[in-house]
Design a binder for this molecule. Structure first.
Ligand code: PLP
Length: 386
């Protein structure tokens, strides 16, 4: 019944984890879910109000424009300039997306012919690899190792692969490893991409979830970046808007035009009332970001301490709401996550779910209140690890 495309998909580990969680809940276990990367706090109320108002305006009820409201793209452009000091032209260098996942998944369709290579980090957000496969492309996995700060080693990519590659995905601050990239890394990327004619697709969904005074750069901060690529951005994590489906991409106009041409043939743009609420999010008070950072930072510190108490050492991450921890000796990532669920009622994500190179790690999401994280730590302390 299904296409080879669907049949070739790797088994969806996250669905299995969800099943395990439901089973535990059915059995009456008080489950602490720190598995999924979905903020537990609501969208700030001024953004919700703005949607309600916009939804009452019938002019938002028709098909939206394909490339997005001009006013939304202007707001995104201003936001980029305020947050990164990057200037992009609203009409040609900004594209509204129905959540950044939508743009990420569609991008390979714009640039890959059958068999063309996409450079994809491992471990990573699964959409990069799956989007490549759906477009008929061939993913070439770039291993991210602790030794290299979870940055891909561009020099380790064989010359013939680099020459044949058409696109490269990057994501810093990183999901799942919580690693960050600095401008010198992006500079290397721009040189590599220019030399090999590779389009860089940078995913900066976590740029605002930063701690201890760290400020995450944009890929576009580096000279020449706009010649070789774009950056995906999302309102999902910054403003607790995962359910709203609103994001955007900025950067190279030809690259954006390519993605836009796929999109006009598949979707019909983002609901204009949601775009108006997005404008409110980006142009209104940014105090909500500071509040969010404090909340995640307290949770981060609680979990780092809890893990330390069971002999798992992790450096407190500078960004993202994830903790990427090595699993105890003698366990695979799936074995350890199964143990956590069965013996402690804790849902966490086995690293292998993000790619082979994620084996040996487990990802915790800081999406529960401090009390629950402390409770999880207490339960972990009682585990009998062999
Ligand atoms: C959450 C997340 C996104 C955001 O996706 P949206 O579709 O905008 O909700 C993008 N990239 C990564 C790596 C993420 O973790």
């Amino acid at each position: 019944m299904y296409s080879d495309r669907i049949n070739s998909l790797p088994p969806y580990l996250f669905a299995a984890i969800d099943e395990g969680k439901k089973e535990a809940v059915r059995k009456g276990v008080d489950v602490i879910d720190i598995g999924v990367g979905d903020p537990d706090h609501p969208t700030p109320s001024h953004i919700v109000e703005s949607l309600c108002e916009a939804a009452r305006d019938a002019s938002t009820h028709t098909y939206p424009s394909y490339t997005g409201l001009v006013t939304f793209r202007e707001a995104a452009s201003t936001w980029y300039s305020e947050h990164f000091g990057v200037n992009v032209e609203p009409l040609t260098e900004v594209l509204t997306l129905i959540g950044s996942k939508e743009g990420i998944a569609h991008a390979p369709l714009s640039f890959l012919n059958a068999g063309d290579i996409a450079l994809v980090p491992d471990p990573a957000y699964p959409v990069y690899k799956v989007g490549t496969i759906f477009a008929g492309g061939t993913p070439y996995m770039m291993p991210l190792s602790k030794e290299n700060g979870f940055l891909p080693d561009l020099q380790a990519i064989p010359k013939n692969i680099a020459k044949k590659a058409r696109i490269m995905f990057l994501n810093y601050p990183n999901n799942p490893t919580s690693a960050t990239a600095d401008k010198s890394f992006y500079k290397e990327v721009v040189e590599f991409a220019a030399e090999n004619h590779i389009i860089v697709l940078s995913d900066n969904a976590y740029s605002e979830i930063t701690f201890d005074g760290y400020h995450a750069p944009s890929f576009l901060n580096v000279d020449g970046a706009i010649e070789v690529g774009i950056e995906f951005h999302s309102l999902s994590k910054t403003y607790n808007m995962t359910g709203w489906r609103i994001g955007f991409a900025v950067g190279n106009r030809d690259v954006l035009d390519g993605i836009g041409r796929i999109k006009t043939n598949i979707d019909s743009g983002a609901f204009e009332a949601v775009q108006r609420a997005g404008i409110t999010a980006m142009s209104g008070s940014q105090d909500c970001i500071g509040n969010m950072r404090k909340i995640y930072m307290n949770r981060r510190d609680a979990l780092v301490k809890g893990l330390h108490n069971i002999g798992i050492a992790v450096e407190p991450p500078k960004a993202t709401f994830y903790i990427w921890a090595a699993v105890p000796e003698g366990y695979s990532s799936i074995e350890f996550s199964t143990l956590l669920l069965n013996e402690a009622g804790i849902v966490a994500t086995p690293g292998v779910g993000f790619g082979e190179c994620g084996e040996g790690y487990i990802r915790f999401a800081l999406t529960q209140p401090v009390e629950r994280i402390e409770e999880a730590s207490k339960r972990m302390k009682q585990l009998k690890l062999d």
